[in-house]
Design a protein. Sequence first.
Length: 143
Amino acid sequence: MRIFTIGYEKATQAEVIAALEAAGVKRLIDVRAIPASRRPGFSKNILARSLAEHDIDYVHLRALGTPAEGREAARKGKTDVLARVYAGQLELPEAIAQGAQMLDLAAEKPSALLCYEREPAGCHRSLLLRTVAAEAEIVDLFA
């Protein structure tokens, strides 16, 4: 299985959609705990509508997002704290269920995980994929 990832930091919505289309992505899986953004075009409803115009499905899996403590650690570059906090998140029943759902969705059609951070190494989406989809081929897209 191949799973794409993309972070919208420093990108416009149009750039993100173009990168998704160029890669052949047909479903965007939003793994933000809070699907809102100060960046224009990246709040849940606006993003979902724009993706639909490009025949890309949108799914939000809130339980796969990072708790506040993890988001704070990521902003400060404390990847060890982020990893610890997020590991606890992934042990929750909702996260386990949504992790399985994410794999099912990605198996159905080409899918990309979306979060804010441009660099996947500093983002929980890399931790998520190492834990839930260790056998998957990961392709990081940049807008």
